[in-house]
Design a protein around this ligand. Structure first.
Ligand SMILES: [Zn+2]
Length: 365
């Protein structure tokens, strides 16, 4: 992941206000000395933009920009996918668990941008299978759905959104009155939240007007959500959720994605204490899993096969996590839809944590 190679050529000016940030053609820069840092690699080359005068270094283009422990990101990425909890990871690497949490959030942001930079362009050429992955934030009184849109043929995870829901289903009298207390104090989710977030999911998955086959269970919010996206002519195919969850089930691609999320995320295990305290954290962790699923993981761990990105013709071979983390990505160079920027800035609120941290750094944004 080091960018400290002698033949490193700065790819563009890192200053978002410089004309050579997005259009590096005919860009000129000068060498601007070196500096020493404590973490390895120690000697870092500096540069100066001949156009705007901004100085920067090889590190400016690295995922480890401004990190005190540049060796950690790949290890944390692996550990996250292997279901370690933050405190477990921090014990192994000797940093605090809050450092771990910040790093995981940064990796999540990187993965949001990575997915955006490596998504298929043009209309979707396969049916989409959608579903709400059930989990919760803070406590079981605050269920959430992670809405997923998966390609029926490629198994590519095109998009996801996160929705807070009202606790429903069987409850004891004590639980019911606890819910009432909590709702009186913290308010309750918008009853339309699922419909709105599934509409957002469809807009994120299919960016242009097209006809599209969408498969789902019989949740009544889905048809209402589709009507909110007039650019898509959706042919909706429903499957009863009580059908056996085999490979022959039309919802198999999304059922398999659910399974992989449950299998590869400590926060979504049943009866765990590593559950997400904030929906925001669940989003970041899911963003990492999506990149791994789409670009890194082959179809079968034993017999190999292509990644979903390869099936869509986006890549000719699987990426390694090291390659995914090779270069820092800039929001200013990757135009992202508003909902993704909300996720990126950590603006997803959790009722029970009114002052959750947001992401508003000036330099390592
Ligand atoms: Zn510049």
């Amino acid at each position: 992941m080091s960018t400290d190679d002698a033949d490193f050529v700065p790819p563009f000016c890192p200053n978002p206000r410089c004309q050579h940030h997005v259009a590096p053609r005919d860009w000129r820069w000068h060498a601007h000395g070196t500096y020493q840092r404590r973490a390895s690699p120690r000697c870092i080359r500096r540069f100066r933009c001949a156009h705007c005068g901004r100085t920067f270094s090889t590190q400016t283009f690295s995922v480890t920009y401004w990190l005190r422990h540049p060796e950690l990101p790949i290890a944390v990425f692996h550990r996250t996918l292997a279901c370690s909890a933050f405190r477990q990871m921090s014990r192994e690497s000797g940093v605090s668990h809050t450092t771990m949490m910040r790093l995981a959030a940064r990796l999540g942001r990187h993965c949001l941008l990575y997915s955006e930079a490596h998504r298929p362009v043009g209309p979707i050429r396969e049916p989409l299978v959608i579903d709400g992955f059930e989990s919760f934030e803070f406590s079981q009184y605050h269920p959430i759905h992670l809405n997923l849109a998966v390609g029926a043929r490629s198994h590519f995870l095109y998009a996801f959104t996160a929705t807070e829901l009202r606790r429903k289903g069987r409850m004891t009298d004590a639980q019911r009155s606890r819910r009432e207390q909590l709702e009186a104090r913290f308010g309750r989710p918008d009853p339309k939240s699922l419909e709105l977030d599934v509409a957002e999911l469809m807009r994120l998955a299919a960016r242009q007007a097209q006809t599209l086959v969408v498969r789902s269970d019989e949740h009544p919010a889905y048809p209402r959500a589709f009507r909110r996206v007039p650019t898509l002519a959706i042919e909706h195919e429903c499957t009863n959720s009580r059908e056996p969850r085999t490979a022959a089930n039309p919802l198999f691609p999304v059922n398999l994605a659910d399974l992989l999320i449950r299998h590869g995320s400590a926060n979504h295990k049943r009866e765990t204490i590593a559950f997400s305290k904030r929906r925001q954290g669940a989003i970041e962790r899911l963003a990492m899993l999506v990149v791994w699923r789409n670009h890194v993981k082959r179809f079968s761990e034993t017999t190999g096969g292509p990644t979903p990105a390869m099936v869509l013709g986006l890549a000719s071979r699987p990426r390694s996590l090291g390659e995914v983390l090779e270069r820092r990505l800039f929001t200013s160079r990757i135009g992202s839809p508003e909902v993704l920027m909300r996720y990126y800035r950590r603006l997803v609120p959790t009722r029970r944590i009114p002052n959750g941290s947001t992401h508003a750094l000036k330099y390592a944004f």
